[in-house]
Design a protein around this ligand. Structure first.
Ligand code: DC
Length: 225
């Protein structure tokens, strides 16, 4: 039997607020590829742990939870769905409380192992634009294209502030600034799957770029490689 051609994987990493999600969605649409938001997977598992009252300091319990959980990403009527054991939880995983708790899940090696396994399976099946923290370094180090999006912490906090203000949240810019710094710290310092720039990733500083500007830059690089 003829071998299936290898599916295209575009891997994108970067800190919270670097513009990864917005840009990755647009790139996926342009190229007709599946968009995979790996942060949503860690968030969905965190939701399950909270719901079941699993002790977030109990690594063994969290690994067991990850092993017995199915997280799938897809689209329904043009909107992203996050299926946690079959239930769409997309609307429940972006609260401030849950965002603060993801770090307990994301730092456990056995949990990451399960997540990476699911992510590889999804990417290999259909190709994807996959974004997260460890996609270029751990999940798909041999991806066809690898990008690292960055931006100044103040700019990232501003973007988040604007988003939250528009959704009616009373949170202050100062609180968001603190949150951005704390998330960078936990993302960059965990012992496995830490956020870092892969040697062969193309780094794009989005601080002074519009969303369209970043998309154009990525599309240009893809057509040059
Ligand atoms: O991309 P996001 O902000 O929705 O991700 C939420 C958290 O999930 C983030 O703070 C760290 C974790 N995460 C991770 O550890 N590895 C990934 N590949 C994606 C997200």
């Amino acid at each position: 039997m003829a071998r299936q051609p290898k599916k295209t994987v575009i891997a994108i990493d970067g800190p919270a607020g670097s513009g990864k999600s917005t840009v990755s969605k647009l790139i996926a649409k342009r190229l007709g590829l599946l968009y995979i938001d790996t942060g949503a997977m860690y968030r969905a598992l965190t939701l399950k742990a909270i719901r079941l009252g699993v002790d977030l300091e109990d690594e063994g319990g969290l690994v067991e939870l990850a092993r017995s959980t199915d997280v799938e990403l897809g689209y329904k009527y043009g909107k992203q769905v996050v299926l946690l054991d079959g239930e769409d939880v997309a609307g429940l995983i972006r609260t401030a409380d849950l965002t603060n708790k993801v770090k307990y899940i994301a730092r456990v090696p056995g949990v990451r192992h399960e997540m990476v396994r699911m992510q590889r399976r999804m990417g290999e099946k259909s190709g994807a634009v996959m974004e997260g923290r460890d996609i270029t370094t751990v999940v798909f180090p041999d991806a066809d294209y690898k990008f690292y999006l960055d931006a100044d912490p103040e700019e990232r906090a501003h973007r988040r502030f604007k988003e939250l203000k528009e959704s009616g949240s009373p949170i202050t810019l100062e609180e968001i600034n603190k949150d951005v710094i704390a998330r960078d710290e936990s993302d960059m310092k965990r012992s496995v799957g830490a956020l870092k720039v892969a040697d062969d990733a193309i780094v794009i500083d989005t601080t002074d770029l519009s969303v369209d500007g970043v998309v154009d830059e990525i599309m240009n690089k893809i057509s040059q490689v």
